[in-house]
Design a protein around this ligand. Sequence first.
Ligand code: NDP
Length: 318
Amino acid sequence: MSTNIEHIECLIVGSGPAGYTAAIYAARADMKPVMYAGMQPGGQLTITTDVENYPGYPDGIMGPEMMELFRKQAERFGTDIRYGMITSVDFSGKAPFKLIADETHEIHAETVIIATGASAKWLGIPSEEKLNGRGVSACAVCDGFFFKGKDVAIVGAGDTACEEASYLAKICSKVYMIVRRNEFRASKAMQNRVLATPNIEVLFDSETDEILGETKVEGARIKNRKTGEMRHIDISGFFVAIGHQPNTGIFKDYLTMDETGYLITVPGTSKTNVEGVFACGDAQDKVYRQAVTAAGSGCMAALDAERYLAAKGDASTN
Ligand code: NDP
């Protein structure tokens, strides 16, 4: 552990649309924000293709490019962006809060803005883990290219799964879509796109019994949940698109969260149960989960942090 303790007015943890927007507002309010951007700066949008629903981009924009623009804007106003992780926190007392970055560097922060987002969920079967990175992936946009002209499968029935199935169908010769119920969860528009794509075959009422292959994916055994019947499919790639888990594990001893780990904020604000700690983006939103709502909540967090500091300053001078 380094002996140099760093004192920070505003620490932002995470670098998706929520974190960058919080940084832009905090920097412009002269809070000298320091951002720990994590191991994959830019968050989930860096593994997305076209973003067509973010206002201000009438022709759409690629997710990674959009995050690059967010980063530049945050830096332009002086955000200190660091490519590392906050590895532990202590929110037990009042501010300043003690946090450890990259397991070695101690930081004392007057305010903390949590924008850690969410990560992909996995099925949890042993063959999925064994073949992860060898044909098993949770990101069609990142890895679809490797299966050009081949047959693949994707699990899930939400908007993500439909979007990724459509994306894969353009690259691969055939896409099996494994849906556990007899209906989709995705919006009608996304469902219709999937159902109208000739090289996507939807297997309803189906679950993955096993992904087959020793050193790489060669097939999968799919079980019909109604009849129990097993079907073997020959595939080279297996994609999982079954939702996300909020990245909030390091806060569990201090912050109120729901049963799945989403941080709970005071309605209409970004305030957590600890005064001086604010949450924004997908780490606290399981309902909307959009780039634009994440960005909006990042703005709220920075404004809430600024007002908290101002109120504290007023109290100490009175
Ligand atoms: P969702 O939670 O919406 O969907 C997850 C899907 O995975 C569900 O169909 C669920 O099945 C299925 N599933 C969950 N666990 C398993 C399992 N163990 N085995 C098999 N299937 C499983 O997640 P998404 O990532 O699709 O979407 C998240 C949010 O982001 C949504 O609000 C969505 O609308 C939004 N989004 C919007 C997009 C857009 O507008 N362009 C693009 C992508 C996402 P079941 O239905 O049976 O529960």
